[in-house]
Design a protein around this ligand. Structure first.
Ligand code: B12
Length: 318
């Protein structure tokens, strides 16, 4: 047998992956052994090994297996060859963001929802919500926004990407939640604790940052009720009364949707939350009503909501 015809075991050892992974890459992505030696199982050639090395490197860098396999088979240019590119033509600029963000940007341009979900969900599993939002998703959304501002194009990309981000964040689970301690119109509610109530202001459609916050809270075991986009003040007031949240978080993305009255509503019902938080670039930060706080990033918002949740949980005892 020629000594450059390798068995699955020795390829797996060289690459540092399991033999079952090789089998998956073969069956799903066609990256199998091509050399056939008489009387033996099929063997991996040097070329097969080189392809698999590309596959291993790219998947380790966060590129989805489906996409990595395309590059490994030589059907696409290297995803790591063009860092910080300007984003002309059919690309989305992601600045200096890493390979997972670049993979997501490419999948978004192709309208490849499966690859987008896979990249985001892998990030969520391995690095958690905050890192995935800040390092993978946000750079791509910002790039899509820049493209839209420059050309009014890529609206279909923006919509499908948004759907994939929403679906991935909605799938996040967390540790078992504590027993119910909040109150509602009918007495203590059974939703697993007071937690946080998250809503976009009336007519505000940009809900993704709140979806990221909801997922980040769930991940650390804080109940998060997400009302989503375009929540009228009356609906917000009803939800505050009925769920008795420790924190109410209101997102406004542009001054046009920043209604200070909604912040007052959140504090004026029977139940006054420990924290009312105005988030998003729409709010006039210096004009917020008394008692309303502001913060500018996801990590701070998680910290503030967690503290408010703890305060209320302690008030209600174990
Ligand atoms: C996705 C998207 C949409 C989706 C929203 C889907 C969804 N479910 O959320 C859809 C398609 C619905 C949409 C609609 C519109 N959109 Co839009 N959209 C975006 C896009 C691409 C991302 C929004 C987002 O999630 N941003 C969050 C991150 C990615 O933004 P960031 O700047 O990195 O974040 C900063 C802060 O927000 C903060 N932060 C980030 N995350 C978090 C999380 C927490 C908890 C906290 C506290 C802070 C925080 O930190 C950052 C530093 O300041 C932006 C582009 C952009 N750059 O934001 C445009 C953008 C916001 N949209 C824009 C426009 C014009 C619209 C439309 C009016 C378009 C139209 N003609 O119909 C509509 C209507 C909007 C409405 N009435 O609400 C403009 C707004 C311009 C402006 N300032 O007025 C933008 C900026 C695009 C652009 N460059 O022109 N949009």
């Amino acid at each position: 047998m020629s000594d450059d015809a390798l068995s699955a075991g020795s390829v797996a050892r060289r690459l540092g992956v399991a033999v079952t992974t090789l089998r998956t890459w073969h069956q799903r992505y066609g990256l199998g052994p091509t050399r056939h030696v008489k009387g033996h199982h099929r063997r991996y050639s040097r070329e097969d090994l080189a392809r698999l090395e590309v596959m291993r490197r790219l998947t380790a860098e966060g590129v989805s297996p489906a996409e990595a396999a395309q590059w490994a088979r030589g059907n696409a240019a290297s995803p790591t060859a063009e860092p910080g590119r300007a984003g002309g033509g059919h690309t989305i600029a992601v600045g200096t963001a890493g390979p997972a963000a670049r993979g997501l940007a490419r999948a978004a341009v192709r309208l490849d929802d499966l690859a987008m979900r896979e990249i985001i969900e892998r990030g969520l599993r391995t690095d958690g919500v905050i890192s995935t939002w800040d390092r993978v998703v946000r750079p791509v959304l910002a790039g899509v926004g820049d493209r839209y501002a420059a050309t009014a194009g890529f609206v279909e990309v923006e919509h499908l990407l948004s759907r994939c981000v929403s679906a991935a964040f909605a799938s996040v689970t967390g540790p078992a939640l504590p027993a119910a301690v909040g109150h509602s119109a009918d007495g203590p509610h059974d939703g697993g604790g007071p937690g946080a109530l998250l809503a976009c202001t009336d007519e505000e459609q940009h809900s993704l940052p709140l979806e990221a916050l909801a997922a980040a809270l769930v991940e650390v075991g804080v109940v998060a009720r997400l009302l989503g986009a375009r929540v009228p003040a009356t609906a917000l007031a009803a939800a505050v009364d009925r769920t008795g949240p420790a924190a109410v978080v209101l997102w406004s993305h542009t001054p046009a949707t920043a209604d200070l009255g909604q912040l007052r509503v959140a504090r004026s019902g029977r139940h006054r939350p420990v924290l009312v938080l105005a988030v998003g670039p729409g709010w006039p930060v210096t004009e917020l009503p008394d008692g309303v706080r502001h913060c500018a990033d996801l990590t701070d918002a998680v910290t503030l909501c967690r503290s408010a949740d703890r305060v209320v949980a302690q008030q209600h005892g174990p």
